[in-house]
Structure formats: structure tokens, C-alpha cells
Design a protein. Structure first.
Length: 298
């Protein structure tokens, strides 16, 4: 069993994505450590030396595969503090949510699932700290610095109608002298049903995002979004070819009560995300993500 788990971690990329199987396995890949923990306890209790060696071998594979998602890197002083959050369109605790979002004193906040009512309440509550705002559909950016050139980003999957409006990009005019184009995006959710792991709409939306990023010639780009996928999931590969993967923490964000996956991200190109952390609970079913970003020097 331990060897099978180890082989799964090594060869997960070779799994066919029939019914979203490959994507599902990769989403929960870090949790293979729990399987190995149980097998290790059983091996000790039964004094099974061979099984114990197999667990140690598989544990080494787990470290090799998953350690890049947890290993911290030396962090230069950040020029920009970014917070991303899916605030949840059913959120009734705006005051508590804003308190959590503002605790790290962010320069930029990207939010998704922003209803018209939440937009009004959030804008009022954030005004003193983040007076500049751009909203498109159900996503928005609030900033300490002026925002210019806001425009929608069409990430609609096939079959999505005009009401599906979950993409925005805007330039943040920072005092550091390096303007940053910030994206606020929200990919479709996935569903586990009779036909398997339903991820076609999400995958199509992520490919559209990757295409948009590939055509963006901005010097520095920061993407804040609920991408409804993890860093290990092959579905995110097209996006990760355009923007860098942040390091420093597993940073699980969903569900908020007991997070087991990180589906909310801050990614960058032409700038470096030097630290990622998860903030406390809000009135949402997601937890916010804090990212420290080092901007390019002039």
C-alpha cells in the first residue's frame, strides 16, 4: 500500500483525466501524507520491518513531490502587500470580514463574489484604508494607490452567457515607481457527480486566463483569484506558464472551517511573490490569502 501511494505521487501526471480523475488526485496530493502516517503506525504496531521501510521510502517521495509547496524562500522586503479573498455572496458579516482583510495593512485587495449590495457595503467599510476601487461584475480591486485603465477580462467558459462576468484587470499606480497590472478573477466551480469530477468549465476558463496573460505586455502583473484548483493540478499548468507560483506555505483556504485545499491564489510575473499566508476566518466559506510582493526596481 505504501509503495502504491509512492508510485501514485510520482506518476500522478500520467493518470488519464477521464472524468477529471487526474485533476481530482492532484488536488488532494499533499494529503497522501495521512495515508502514509496511518501505514507507518500500523507498521510500528505490527513490528513489520519491510512495511516500515516501504513507508519511509514513500515518505521520501512525498517530501520530494510536495516540499516545493511548503518550503520557504528568502524574502526581500515587499513593495506591495496584496490580500485576495472570496468574500462569498451570502456573507452577512461585512464588518468582521473587513477587519480581517485590513489587519495586515494591505496595499491592494482583490475580492470575488461581490454582489451589488456587498460592493456598496465593502466600499464604505474599506474607504478610509483603500480609497480607490474598480469593480467589474462580481469581482473587484480596492487599493491604497490610484487605479487606472480598468477593463473587463472575458473568462467565460463555453455556454456561459453575458451575465457571467468574473474577470477584471486594472493598473495600480504605486509610489514605488513601478506600475502593476492587477487581475481579479474567479474561475467556475467544480462538481463531483455521476459523470466524475466536473471540471470542464473551470479548465476552459483557466485556459482563457492563460491566453490573456500571454498577450499582456505589462512589466509587472499580479493575479488574485479564486481559481478553484490547486497548484499541483494539471489544469492550472497553462496559467503557471505565465505567472509564477508563490512559495512559503501550503496555505489551505477552503473550506474555511477546516481548510484542506488551497484554491485561492496570488500569482505574479515581472514581480515576485515572496511570502504567502492564510488569514483568519471571515463571514465567508473561504479564508483570505495574504501575499507579499517584491516589485521590479526602476
Amino acid at each position: 500500500m505504501a509503495l502504491a501511494t509512492g508510485l501514485l505521487m510520482i506518476l500522478h501526471g500520467a493518470l488519464p483525466d477521464v472524468g477529471g480523475l487526474g485533476s481530482l488526485v492532484e488536488t488532494f496530493l499533499p494529503w497522501c501524507c495521512l495515508v502514509l502516517l496511518v501505514l507507518g503506525v500500523l507498521a510500528v504496531r505490527r513490528r513489520a520491518g519491510g512495511a516500515g521501510l516501504a513507508v519511509l521510502f514513500a515518505s521520501g517521495i512525498w517530501l520530494w513531490v510536495c516540499w516545493p509547496f511548503s518550503a520557504a524562500t528568502p524574502a526581500p522586503r515587499p513593495n506591495l502587500v496584496v490580500v485576495h479573498h472570496n468574500v462569498a455572496d451570502t456573507n452577512t458579516d461585512v464588518a468582521g470580514t473587513v477587519a480581517v482583510l485590513l489587519e495586515p495593512e494591505p496595499d491592494v485587495v482583490t475580492l470575488v463574489e461581490v454582489t451589488p449590495q456587498l460592493d456598496e457595503e465593502l466600499t464604505e467599510a474599506l474607504a478610509a484604508a483603500l480609497p480607490y476601487r474598480a469593480v467589474q461584475g462580481t469581482v473587484g480591486v480596492w487599493s491604497r494607490f490610484p487605479l487606472v485603465g480598468a477593463e473587463p477580462v472575458d473568462l467565460r467558459p463555453p455556454g456561459g452567457d453575458a451575465s457571467w462576468d468574473r474577470g477584471l484587470r486594472v493598473v495600480v499606480d504605486t509610489v514605488e515607481g513601478a506600475d502593476v497590472r492587477v487581475y481579479a478573477v474567479h474561475s467556475p466551480s467544480v462538481r463531483l457527480g455521476a459523470q466524475g469530477f466536473g471540471s470542464d468549465a473551470r479548465d476552459a476558463s483557466l485556459r482563457r486566463l492563460a491566453d490573456v496573460l500571454a498577450e499582456d505586455t505589462s512589466t509587472a502583473i499580479v493575479v488574485g483569484g479564486d481559481l478553484n484548483t490547486t497548484l499541483a493540478d494539471r489544469a492550472l499548468d497553462p496559467v503557471l506558464e505565465q505567472v509564477a507560483t508563490p512559495r512559503g506555505s501550503f496555505g489551505f483556504t477552503f473550506p474555511a472551517t477546516l481548510p484542506v485545499v488551497r484554491i485561492d491564489h496570488v500569482l505574479a510575473r515581472g514581480a515576485e511573490v515572496t511570502r504567502v499566508a492564510t488569514l483568519g476566518r471571515t463571514g465567508s466559506d473561504h479564508r483570505p490569502v495574504l501575499a507579499e510582493v517584491a516589485l521590479p526596481s526602476d
